[in-house]
Design a protein around this ligand. Structure first.
Ligand SMILES: Nc1ncnc2c1ncn2[C@@H]1O[C@H](COP(=O)(O)OP(=O)(O)OP(=O)(O)O)[C@@H](O)[C@H]1O
Ligand SMILES: [Mg+2]
Length: 244
């Protein structure tokens, strides 16, 4: 593949099987700084698996992950996080016994990036951006699902990532909450962060992404401008209007 200097993160011919099931079947994807890319596809299409392979919590069987022209395939999730690749989890995974503030502080100080006042100020900014300031002193285990999802986003932002990988953080939100989330993600994109956002709610995604990818059975079956992708017959069959 031709090296592209404007690509911040790329998956190159990634394959992953779970037993007999090819969950990722030759996936190629690249992300540029300041670009928001949406990922849609039916349940089990391989979306979360792709995100885990990009973030380093799951190793691909073959293929590679390239971050800023460096092959990071053999680097684990903690290393990749320090390099600037942050993710949220579809099922939130906060440090349950810690407060919201402490959860964010862990990210802000991980890898020795920030200390003392600097780390504290970064946490305050992230809490404000994710509308968690009021909940800063609440223990994570006492939060509702939507608040836990916001905390996932806050924890990801606390490492000041170059790439943000979002896995279904918008489901179940009210219209006002989705509009606020769209604004938050658009703000991150406009600061130059590359955002990959998996979400089933296509109309919410469409408000912020400039590119949409559709996955089905481990393959990318469409990748392009959102309006074009949602009108492609294969995408409609696989996902949007298909089925019985
Ligand atoms: N650790 C695992 N071991 C075995 N099979 C797995 C594992 N993780 C995922 N799978 C299977 O791989 C396939 C893809 O799963 P994945 O979670 O990536 O799908 P998804 O597109 O994120 O779906 P959803 O929209 O439901 O979140 C599914 O069939 C799933 O059951
Ligand atoms: Mg998933």
């Amino acid at each position: 593949m031709e090296a592209r200097t404007d690509v911040v993160l790329a998956a190159v011919d990634v394959r992953k099987r779970f037993g007999a099931l090819a969950v990722l079947d030759g996936v190629n994807l690249d992300l540029r700084p300041g670009e928001a890319v949406g990922v849609v596809g039916p349940n089990g299409a391989g979306k979360t698996t792709l995100l885990s392979v990009l973030a380093g919590s799951l190793a691909p069987d073959t293929g590679s992950i390239v971050f800023k022209s460096r092959d990071v395939t053999s680097r684990g999730a903690a290393d990749r996080c320090k390099l600037g690749i942050a993710r949220t989890h579809q099922v939130p995974r906060p440090f349950a016994g810690m407060t919201v503030f402490e959860n964010v502080l862990v990210g802000a100080t991980a890898g020795g990036r920030h200390r003392g006042r600097e780390a504290y100020d970064l946490c305050l900014e992230v809490l404000d951006r994710t509308e968690l300031t009021q909940l800063a002193n609440r223990r994570a285990e006492g939060l509702g699902l939507m608040q836990r999802k916001r905390l996932e986003l806050a924890r990801a932002l606390s490492v000041e990532p170059a790439v943000l990988l979002l896995d279904e953080i918008g489901g179940g939100l009210t219209d006002a909450e989705s509009a606020a989330l769209v604004e938050t993600v658009a703000g991150l994109r406009d600061r130059g962060i590359a955002v990959l956002w998996i979400e089933h709610i296509v109309h919410v995604l469409m408000q912020v992404v400039g590119r949409l990818v559709c996955m089905d059975a481990g393959k990318i079956i469409a990748d392009g401008r959102p309006e074009e992708v949602v009108s492609q017959a294969a995408v409609i069959d696989a996902y949007l209007g298909g089925g019985p």
